[in-house]
Ligand binder design. Structure first.
Ligand code: NAD
Length: 410
């Protein structure tokens, strides 16, 4: 199986070839502008010193300040962060928000740290890199292992050096310059585009069957949106396993159960199913919304879904992608499908810059506009050039970034 770094590079090269991008521009666009790796030492609660490694990879700023999440996870490494940073460059370009791409992370098992230790870790990381990010340079956001509280610490620490600057980070608590609708944004965007996707094939959402892997932030809001739109959500899962019910899962009850029990284990509204079997279900739409690399050459042949919507980042390996093309299963790619989160992050930054707060209905309306506009552009490119939606999305993104690079010069 290819690494996520190789997979992203392959998708880039395919699209670059279709548009005849020069070797020199290809070189420039795959080379990150800056790679930051710093030591992040903290004093543990027991008085001992612990040393961590923090990364911020700034991939490309041709279209604006760089944007991307900050991940706290024990498997964080330079290659992975760099790959995710490049995906952010393409994602922000696909939805046409005025940003480039970056990503950061600290290699740490958050379960082993107390809340005070996590706060010290975050503040120390900001001490190390505060000159290298900020509202007009690079704007971090939550990702795996970080949340609105982490963003509040980042803002507070950054402001000790630079003064009032809420736009230095997004995904903040709503009480502290955060945006209404940020929490639901990625799942809502996935839901909006699932409807648009089905409509293109003459399919209505009414009673369309949906299987969703992952019931965290993205999976749960996706399920809620599609359920409300009239779809039949027949399977959901989390790390502990899944639930299937061909008559339709009572999604509001599942949301309540998961909130109360922190897990779907024991949810009474269906039969148990494994995460692997969920991917093979006979369903109209399959939505991986948990981990990367779950659809591979080992299982792609057994997938029976009619459509795939990539809510997770990188759920499909290039080998599986090729199998889906052969089987004519249309795939809505991650850099388009899950761009709702970064789009509402952009709205948060805009509100912070203007000292003006939007209400939830405005956020939702603008989100729908940005997502559907991007979807129709990608659709047109893929139809005109007879390529997959993934290649279409990369063509749109690479075209925009390379044009900005040529116009601005070096
Ligand atoms: P989350 O941590 O809130 O939820 C992850 C879900 O996946 C949980 O239900 C968890 O139990 C489940 N899970 C974990 N390991 C699993 C396994 N081995 N098998 C099956 N399920 C498993 O994370 P999230 O924010 O919902 O992110 C999910 C995916 O979406 C990730 O790939 C992330 O990179 C991507 N994404 C998230 C956002 C966002 O705004 N949150 C934006 C873009 C992309």
């Amino acid at each position: 199986m290819k690494s996520s770094f190789e997979a992203a590079r392959q998708y880039f090269e395919e699209a670059a070839s279709v548009i005849g991008l020069s070797e020199s521009l290809r070189d420039l666009l795959v080379t990150p502008e800056r790679e930051i790796k710093v030591q992040v030492p903290i004093k543990r609660d027991n008085g001992q010193i612990a040393t961590f490694i923090g990364y911020r990879m700034q991939h490309n700023s041709a279209r604006g300040p760089m944007k991307g999440g900050l991940r706290y996870h024990h498997e964080v490494n330079a290659d992975e962060v760099l790959t995710l940073a490049s995906l952010m460059t393409w994602k922000t370009a696909v939805v046409d928000i005025p940003y480039g791409g970056a990503k950061g992370g600290i290699s740490v098992n958050t379960k082993e740290l107390s809340i005070d230790e996590l706060e010290r870790l975050t503040r120390r990381f900001v001490d190390e890199i505060h000159d290298l990010f900020g509202p007009d340079k690079d704007i971090p956001a939550p990702d795996m292992g970080t949340n609105a509280q982490t963003m509040a610490w980042i803002m507070n620490q950054y402001e000790k050096f630079h003064g009032f600057a809420p736009a230095c980070v997004t995904g903040k608590p709503v009480e502290l310059y955060g945006a209404e609708g940020r929490e639901e944004a990625t799942g809502r965007g996935v839901g909006i585009l699932t409807l648009a996707f089905l409509r293109k094939f003459g399919r209505s959402i009414e009673n369309a069957t949906i299987a969703i892997q992952g019931f965290g932030n993205v999976g749960s809001f996706t399920a809620a949106y599609l359920h409300q739109a009239g779809a039949r959500v027949i399977a959901i899962s989390d790390v502990s396993g899944g639930i299937v019910n061909r008559n339709g899962i009572d999604v509001p009850a599942a949301l309540e159960f998961a909130a109360a029990n922190k897990s779907l284990t024991g949810f009474p509204g269906g039969e148990p199913i494994s995460n692997e079997a969920l991917l093979m279900l006979d369903t109209d739409v399959l939505i991986p919304a948990a981990l990367g690399n779950v659809l591979t050459e080992q299982n792609a042949d057994s997938v029976r879904a009619k459509f795939i919507v990539e809510a997770a980042n990188g759920p499909t390996t290039p080998e599986a992608d090729a199998i889906f093309r052969k089987k004519e299963i249309p795939v809505l790619p991650d850099i388009l499908a899950n761009a709702g989160g970064v789009t509402v992050s952009y709205f948060e930054w805009v509100q912070n810059q203007q000292y003006f707060r939007w209400d939830l209905s405005r956020v939702r309306e603008e989100l729908e506009k940005y997502m559907t506009r991007a979807f129709h552009r990608v659709w047109t490119i893929s139809t005109d050039k007879k390529v997959s939606l993934r290649t279409g999305a990369y063509i749109l993104a690479i075209g925009r970034v390379s044009r900005a690079t040529e116009l601005g010069g070096i």
